[in-house]
Design a binder for this molecule. Structure first.
Ligand code: H2B
Ligand code: FE
Length: 292
């Protein structure tokens, strides 16, 4: 099978390669036994699948969130804003301010996308679930970030085994409004356009250890910039204090070295990559991209 290099975002489908949890979910998913939840998730997922036309003025479909969904959002927002001042990097704290998040209203993706468009030229595109890494990374070359729109299951508000809108908004969106960060995310996307299968796996890991779980040195210590950290109360605490009894290791990022296997399931990360600052990450990614 020949992989055609996408020339624009129109060549990348947001509906053909959804991985992981389909509508049926899996046994260990908190919503597995909840038929109402599955229905809701597939309703919101289908809205995303219908949103095929970009740049034609069609806004991202509006979702009317229920009181229960808003309550989950509000609880996560409250807990995270308590930890962010001490655990999040400065750039995140700055860009976070742009959005005026409040606990009693779940933001709609369309308005967030407009803020990003004005600040950095990025846009949000809705997606029904975990998107295949190739499509996900390729889209970043065109400054497009795929976001899920459903809310995690309410039985475990502080945990989700898959991306949900709370992870996208509180983890990813703020820093995409930072010009330097927005550029470095696009670098991974650009490198992915022509990558071989093996290089694609390596880029997926680079994405994972920076955009999802990256940490950065600041004057008063190690701070998080990865979305998997910034959107998880437990993981943020674990990063700084090894809450669960095992202190994580911090390592320098070398994009030319083999990176560890990604651990999606077994609790928190055991090792984080620590960067000097965003321009350090960008120059490392640029050097690697040039080698491809
Ligand atoms: N899809 C969606 N919808 N959100 C993500 O955060 C995401 C994804 N992350 N697909 C990707 C895969 C990432 O974990 C890497 C590139 O595999
Ligand atoms: Fe993510």
């Amino acid at each position: 099978q020949v992989h055609k290099i996408p020339q624009s975002i129109h060549d990348i489908s947001n509906g053909d390669h959804i991985l992981g949890f389909g509508v049926e979910l899996a046994e260990h998913h908190p919503g597995f036994h909840d038929e109402e939840y599955k229905k809701r998730r597939s309703y919101i997922g289908n809205l995303a699948k219908l949103h095929k036309i970009l740049f034609s003025g069609e806004p991202i479909p509006h979702v009317e969130y229920s009181d229960e969904e808003i309550k989950i959002w509000g609880e996560i927002l409250g807990k995270l804003t308590y930890l962010h001042p001490t655990h999040a990097c400065k750039r995140y704290l700055d860009t976070f301010q742009l959005f005026n998040f409040v606990p009693d209203r779940l933001p709609c993706l369309q308005e967030l996308s407009e803020v990003l468009m004005m600040r950095t030229g990025w846009q949000i595109r809705p997606v029904a679930g975990l998107l295949h890494p190739t499509d996900f990374l390729n889209a970043m070359a065109f400054r497009t970030f795929h976001c899920t729109q459903y809310v995690r299951h309410g039985s475990q508000p502080m945990y989700t085994p898959e991306p949900d809108i709370c992870h996208e908004i509180l983890g990813h969106i703020p820093l995409l409004a930072d010009p330097e960060f927005a550029n470095l995310v696009q670098l991974i996307g650009l490198a992915s356009l022509r990558a071989s299968k093996q290089e694609m796996l390596h880029l997926t890991k680079l994405y994972w250890y920076t955009v999802e779980f990256g940490t950065v040195k600041e004057r008063d210590g190690v701070k998080a910039f990865g979305a998997g950290l910034l959107s998880s109360f437990g993981e943020l605490q674990h990063m700084l204090s090894g809450e669960d009894g095992s202190m994580p290791i911090f390592e320098d990022l070398d994009p030319f070295k083999k990176l560890p296997k990604m651990d999606h399931k077994c609790g928190f990360q055991k090792r984080y990559f620590l960067c000097e600052n965003f321009s350090d990450v960008a120059s490392k990614l640029t050097a690697y991209a040039k080698s491809l």
